[in-house]
Write a protein that binds this ligand. Structure first.
Ligand code: PXG
Length: 290
């Protein structure tokens, strides 16, 4: 027996969890999603993720046909049904089935599915030795075109970036925005440590308003760092003492090489280690019980 997938009001075996070839999520990437995580039976920042999902949906004029409270129940039930305590949860809402034209008015009913499974983004050793990251040629989507704050099903911008990073022999790709400032990585936000300062690009630079990012900003303040959201250049990154990425899937992972420049000592830095320890404490303590 595989996983139980929540699909439009029912739990179905993963083999039978199928959606139509006429679903506009597939035909046009017309939809939104979230990636959450549960730790020891508690979903980290559940309501923050749900709020972001509904904001993404609102931005694309997609009305999710269940309330936020119902969505929370659906997510909790999906984790429970799969008897998972530590899980990665994917929530997807598409425009639904329509015809072969773009017009969303032809899609009367959004499709909703939730997958609760596991994820292992980077091999464990990289959490100690750090990732190598390269700046990639593709620029982050323009805010005025497809706002990176929308977690839409159209991730081609990110996928192209990932391919470019892989082709360059790096583990991750660093996006610049169209003005040349640092935006984020393909599926993670970016931070640097400079002396006692913790710096990260503002959301308007072309980053997702990351929930891990938000938790790290809170942790940074709690441990006495000066936290600042600031436009950053590659020069700032190359000359930082420490650099790390944040994301639900990756959690907190150090970066020790950027475009061939060694960052700080070239190993996991002490503040990154400290922030990661605090983050692990937070996810075990906080969270909505399933
Ligand atoms: N930026 C982007 C573009 C993301 O997709 C983050 C930042 C981090 O946000 P959170 O809220 O998770 O701290 C994300 C989310 C993957 C994968 O498999 C990663 C994400 C989403 C989907 C898949 O690498 N990260």
């Amino acid at each position: 027996m595989g996983l139980w997938i929540y699909l439009d009001g029912k739990f179905v075996d993963e083999k039978h969890a199928k959606i139509s070839v006429f679903d506009h999520g597939l035909l046009y990437g017309d939809g939104v999603f979230e990636g959450l995580r549960s730790y020891d039976g508690k979903i980290f920042r559940l309501y923050q993720h749900i709020q972001r999902l509904y904001k993404s949906a609102k931005a694309i004029l997609l009305e999710i046909p269940v309330s936020m409270e119902e969505m929370a129940e659906i997510i909790k039930k999906t984790v429970k049904k799969n008897k998972l305590r530590d899980s990665y949860i994917r929530v997807v809402v598409t425009r639904g089935v329509g015809d072969l034209g773009l017009d969303p008015r032809k899609c009367p009913e959004p499709t909703i599915f939730v997958i609760a499974s596991r994820i292992n983004l980077y091999p464990e050793e990289y959490y100690e030795k750090g990732l190598s990251v390269v700046t990639i040629p593709t620029r982050r989507n323009l805010t005025e075109s497809l706002n990176p704050a929308i977690k839409s099903l159209n991730y081609l911008n990110n996928i192209l970036a990932k391919i470019e990073a892989t082709n360059a022999g790096a583990m991750e790709g660093l996006f610049l925005n169209n003005d040349g400032y640092i935006a984020e990585c393909t599926g993670e936000n970016i931070f640097i440590v400079v002396e006692n300062k913790l710096l990260t690009p503002p959301i308007f630079a072309g980053a997702l308003d990351g929930i891990t990012r938000d938790a790290v900003i809170q942790i940074g303040k709690e441990i006495g760092l000066d936290v600042e959201e600031k436009l950053l250049t590659r020069y700032d990154l190359y000359n930082s003492d420490e650099c790390f990425l944040t994301g639900t899937a990756a959690e907190i992972i150090p970066v020790t090489l950027i475009d061939g420049r060694k960052i700080g000592s070239g190993k996991l830095g002490s503040l990154t280690r400290k922030i990661r320890e605090e983050f692990h404490r937070l996810v075990q303590k906080d969270g909505t019980p399933i």
